[in-house]
Design a protein around this ligand. Sequence first.
Ligand code: T4K
Length: 403
Amino acid sequence: MNSTISQLAILGAAPSFAEPLHVGRPNIADRERFLEFTAQMLDRRWLSNNGPLVQEFERRIAEFIGVKHCICVCNATIGLEIAIRAAGLKGEVIVPSYTFIATAHALQWQEITPVFADIDPPTHNLDPARIERHITPRTTAILGTHVWGRPCPVESLAEIAQRRGLKLMFDAAPAFGCSHRGRMIGGFGLAEVFSFHATKFLNSFEGGAITTNDDELAGKIRLMTNFGFSGYDNVIYIGTNGKMTEVSAAMGLANLEGIEGLVAANRHNYEVYRGGLASIPGLALMPYDSAERGNYQYVVVEVDEAAAGLTRDNLIAVLHAENVLARKYFWPGCHRMEPYRSLYPYAGLLLPETERVAARVLVLPTGTAMSSADISMVCDILRAAVVHAPAVRSALAAAQPTT
Ligand code: T4K
């Protein structure tokens, strides 16, 4: 083992990294291309409101995914709110609790009740076998999240939705560039919503897109994104301001043109992690299906405390002491955050797998800003922590504030 690593910061040595390593460091595929698009935008003096760059970005996304309609929005949270409203969801909607809080908030914001269903532990996605127990006369839809960009069990969810007369939509925020059974995510269910937030695989600073094959729904979503305006001076729906700006589309286009390079960088990082983590007891790297297209944006590790001798939170503390800002997405689950924790205090009783997975997952930094040497160092830190588990536990216990 590397001797500097055997001196973990948690045991008193200096941190391995002088600067923090972040999960979600933005990918910037081609700075020159972004500046070219931006210069065109400034020359045109067309900065927002369905400008030519947004139109081009929408056209290219629809072509890339193979879907009829793409409507770009200012972020995925607003995109979800609009798609949910345009599709007429109301009453109760079944969602995972193991997702980013925006999935639930987009419903609750419009006074629709998110009903949390449990996940399938190996995939972290909604478990179709645990959905029907939540269906009531008020249920109108299932809203699945493709967690980590790994596809939901689309066919099983569609079968339940059809049999029970429910609509089906997907929060595809992390899943741009991923496929399921050879078809790109974006064309499943009634509509899917992507995020192009700075931390996402493909970013437009802030942004998102709603994709659908439904002509009527697409028309409604487009109007709702622009206050409900149908031409000048004519409002025909309730709407909001969900518009994407031109500078966001410029970034999105530059990144879309460089998408293969982004995938290659992420995939390379993933493989370096796979090699580095392989022999560490108690750490299991979440696999991606190599037969599908993936964006490899999340390096997700599950920690088995019994085998590692340390909990996930112990390892997070070790990594943070070394300036590796690993995250514990989506801990503790939406149902344990407000307002859901107060509204539905017993939701956790039906979410045992969500609670178990949420306590075990840690997400490691990747993306184009990470070097192979950095990744090897992160793996060395994790290995050293597990090898020195008793000493690490003592150091952490000693660091606990006394009450
Ligand atoms: N549904 C799902 C399943 C989602 O995952 C998300 C978003 C949404 C819906 C909603 O999409 P948007 O409305 O955001 O389009 C981040 C993102 O803010 C959020 O977009 C994302 N999911 C979520 C999983 O992660 P935080 O709370 O982790 O953000 P923050 O500020 O801690 O940043 C993460 C790390 O990235 C930090 O270590 C700093 C680093 N960073 C961040 C930014 C913005 C940078 O290095 N540079 C940057 O510019 O939520």
